[in-house]
Design a binder for this molecule. Structure first.
Ligand code: UTP
Length: 508
């Protein structure tokens, strides 16, 4: 730890002496904590960080008038367009790699979830499903199920390690939550939590913001902080020791995420890809999602705000959008590629500017909650390594099956607890109907089939299927065929066994 004099000199050199303005007012304990925080910050790079942030915010984002090209068709797989034989082959390949312990998953869970507005990590959030399960529990159970499917197919006992990137805000509560919930039935040594770095938020004139008299306003360095965090925490070494060659990286907030999706992994492995992205079709040209495409031959994600409107509106021969590959933060990486990024490219990753409302203490010592944005947080994005890929592929999935993120609090038009819950329940209802079940309302009347219910209609049937019973809708016919099921209903391992046993008794 540095001493006060060393810190004072470094701050002076960086033009940030105001950070110690309230030092004389701090108690001994506060001083110790503040000095520790300051010792952990890259003081040598502070000047550059603050000037860079202010400069980047002032220059704003610009639309790219660059020659964009869509990803070439030979690098694209698709749940909708690829033939069923290829899909089955990819799934088998993915399960094979899983069975050989070559696959890991990595959760990006270091975000502050400011839009959702809860004081705990987003993964602990319960969106109000009949089971009351949190996002973490849903993910853990999918992981258990896919291990089981792979074990069953290839007759071995496999492990998918679960790497979880947290931040100062999310590590302790996430650890506690997993402990209290007995790691959701997973082996604790296969859950590896690590922390990403934090960096100071800065005012528009390049001054570090003080959150209180003895604390800087710090924010995690974006989900692209992953690459630095992999190095800081020796995660790649851990992967190597375990024999993990492929990593599925995903965001905490997508309730439909397919953990270690064997089809996606199998597709990427079969294509010899070092890096891959799942995408969903954009619904309309102005939809504010990043688009996976090429710029001067280099694969990357181009933000909606960077594309000229006339480019976003371009359509192909069948009326489809040319730039339709919406990024959903669901990626494949080989360990070798991540190693190369860590060794050669980490320092070259772009910095993005996020303008936010950052609570602060003013120069008179008053605590202020700003009503408009006052601060700059610099972030790196996980997809910014795409340009370094030598063999980049894209896998197109169906939105209603795989993507429903939880971003906002209820009341928002999209990406809220209600939309996430409804997306999952609608999927489970589709699966039940496809398996031949009839769902009944509280009066015992049959609910109309999902096809005749349009989105936005009455709340979905309260019918939930545990991921421990089915991962992607498989195996349900043996349990549900010709069953009349009252709702609310939760299909779990226990009652699934009973229903399955009934299925075996021939009708009189
Ligand atoms: P978002 O950009 O949606 O941020 O993160 P957020 O923190 O969840 O929510 P807001 O913007 O504050 O409302 C997308 C994913 O990236 C992770 C998040 O945890 C989420 O899984 N993330 C984000 C990190 O892991 N680290 C970060 O620094 C930022």
């Amino acid at each position: 730890m540095l001493n006060l004099e060393q810190v004072r000199r470094a701050l002076e050199a960086a033009g940030q002496s105001h950070i110690l303005q309230f030092w004389p007012e701090l108690g001994e304990e506060q001083r110790d904590r503040f000095l520790l925080e300051l010792s952990q910050v890259d003081l040598a790079g502070l000047k550059e960080h603050c000037e860079g942030a202010a400069g980047a915010a002032a220059s704003g984002s610009s639309r790219l008038d660059l020659p964009l090209e869509p990803v070439p068709p030979e690098s694209i797989g698709s749940m909708k367009r690829s033939d069923s034989r290829s899909l089955a082959e990819w799934q088998n390949e993915g399960l094979l790699q899983i069975s050989k312990n070559r696959v890991g998953v990595l959760l990006l869970a270091g975000g502050q979830g400011t839009r959702l507005g809860v004081q705990y990590p987003k993964g602990m959030y319960n969106v109000g499903l009949p089971s009351g399960k949190s996002l973490y529990q849903i993910q853990a159970e999918r992981l258990r199920k896919i291990q089981e499917l792979s074990d069953r197919k290839y007759g071995s006992k496999c492990t998918i390690p679960w790497y979880i990137m947290t931040s100062e805000f999310t590590l302790a509560p996430t650890e506690k939550f997993f402990n209290e919930n007995n790691f959701f039935g997973l082996e604790p040594s296969n859950i590896i939590m690590f922390e990403q770095r934090m960096i100071p938020a800065v005012t528009f004139d390049g001054k570090v913001i003080l959150q209180s008299k003895g604390k800087m306003a710090m924010a995690p360095d974006g989900n692209g902080g992953l690459y630095q965090a992999l190095v800081d925490n020796e995660v790649l070494e851990d992967m190597k020791t375990r024999g993990v060659e492929y990593l599925h990286v995903y965001c905490v907030d997508n309730i439909l995420v397919k953990m270690a999706d064997p089809v996606f992994i199998g597709f990427c492995v079969s294509k010899g890809a070092d890096c891959g992205a799942k995408v969903v079709e954009k619904t309309y040209p102005a939809e504010p999602v990043g688009v996976v495409c090429r710029v001067q031959g280099v694969s990357q994600v181009v933000e909606y705000s960077e594309i000229l409107p006339e480019t976003a509106e371009l359509r192909g021969p069948e009326g489809e959008l040319v730039y339709s590959a919406g990024n959903i933060c669901n990626h494949f990486f080989t360990r070798a590629f991540l190693q190369e990024v860590a060794e050669k490219y980490e320092g070259q990753l772009k910095q993005h500017v996020a303008i936010k409302k950052v609570p602060f203490v003013d120069s008179c010592g008053n605590q202020v909650k700003p009503s408009k944005p006052n601060g700059i947080k610099m972030e790196r994005f996980v997809f910014d390594v795409f340009p370094f890929s030598r063999s980049f592929v894209v896998f197109e999935v169906v939105r209603e099956d795989e993507f429903s993120p939880l971003k906002n609090a209820d009341g928002a038009a999209k990406d809220s607890p209600t939309t996430a819950r409804n997306a999952l329940l609608a999927q489970h209802r589709r699966w039940a109907t496809a398996a031949g079940a009839t769902l009944l309302d509280e009066h015992g009347n049959a609910l109309p089939s999902p096809a005749s219910v349009s989105a936005g209609d009455a709340p979905p049937a309260q019918f939930e299927i545990s991921s421990l019973v089915s991962y992607f809708g498989e195996g349900l016919e043996d349990i549900l065929k010709e069953k009349m099921l009252p709702t609310p209903f939760i299909l779990e391992e226990r009652n699934a066994k009973d229903l399955h046993a009934q299925q075996q008794i021939p009708a009189q």
